[in-house]
Design a protein around this ligand. Structure first.
Ligand code: NAP
Length: 246
């Protein structure tokens, strides 16, 4: 295998890091640096942005990277866009790991929103108790609906005042399970759930809990990224990395 850059921030990126370390691969793991104590990785790890497309291109050239695996979260679209353009400019092969989107199941009451702004608009006007399961970014977009009480589940304690007047903050790191999420939503009297369609198992518990409690879910669709080779499992990514002609 040649030198690899693994763009992380997801459970699957961590699984890939373990497999690459076990295989003795020459790989670097990259975090954006959004959380105070990121999960430690069994690979050399760098933290922080590269400085846009040009910065990433320079990094790829400077570090002699031959392959990039974009295993960022499906809503980390800027990083994915940058990776497509920087890899093209530097002549580096890129593949993205992408989880299948969640699909509604029988009993689900999903309202589809095309963007986070649309999710805020889809909330009712009458005061509600909303489990706003979108992480810490973009909370300000919900300031347009200040009448609601928002339950936020965050990895770190907020360091700055929140842009919403009525909140409860739950500090927790996934994966979560349905029993725990059902109890959480009952305890907080939740009436609506707002979720990003991240896919994967670790964050699906809130959807199972909402289904069992008969709660509506405002499901935000994924942002667009340019076309790139996409693989759907960790095993496929490992096979791609070990295939010289891929
Ligand atoms: P984003 O909007 O796509 O990225 C913004 C900027 O952050 C990028 O342009 C890049 O800065 C830097 N960046 C992002 N991921 C990076 C990485 N893995 N290594 C180095 N720099 C990175 O991303 P985001 O939505 O802020 O997410 C940040 C990280 O959190 C991602 O790695 C993602 O996997 C993880 N995450 C995101 C979400 C979510 O809902 N968005 C959920 C769970 C985990 P430069 O332009 O300076 O290179």
């Amino acid at each position: 295998m040649t030198r690899i850059l693994l763009l992380g921030g997801t459970t699957e990126a961590s699984a890939l890091a373990r497999m690459l370390a076990e295989a003795g691969a020459d790989a670097v793991f990259s975090y954006a640096g959004r959380t105070a104590k990121p999960v430690s990785q069994p690979l050399p790890t760098r933290v922080g942005g590269f400085g846009g497309i040009e910065g990433l291109e320079a990094y790829l050239r400077g570090e002699g990277i031959a392959r990039v695996v974009d295993a960022t979260h499906p809503f980390a679209a800027q990083m994915s866009i940058n990776a497509v353009h920087a890899c093209e400019a530097a002549g580096v092969k890129l593949c993205a790991f992408e989880r299948p989107v969640w699909q509604p199941e029988e009993g689900d009451q999903w309202v589809h929103a095309g963007s986070i702004e649309d999710a805020a608009k889809a909330l009712p006007d009458a005061p509600a108790r909303v489990f706003l399961a979108i992480g810490k970014q973009n909370l300000a977009l919900f300031a347009a609906k200040p009448q609601h009480h928002y339950l936020l589940r965050l990895v770190d304690e907020p360091q700055a005042p929140l842009p919403l007047p009525h909140t409860t903050v739950e500090i927790a790191r996934g994966p979560f399970d349905a029993a725990g999420d059902t109890e959480l939503m009952q305890r907080h009297g939740i009436t609506h759930v707002v979720a990003k369609n991240a896919g994967g198992a670790g964050a699906a518990a809130k959807l199972t809990a909402a289904r069992s409690l008969g709660l509506p879910v405002i499901m935000i669709g994924r942002p667009q990224v340019p076309a790139r080779p996409v693989l759907g499992s960790v095993a496929e990514v490992m096979a791609w990395l070990s295939h010289p002609a891929a």
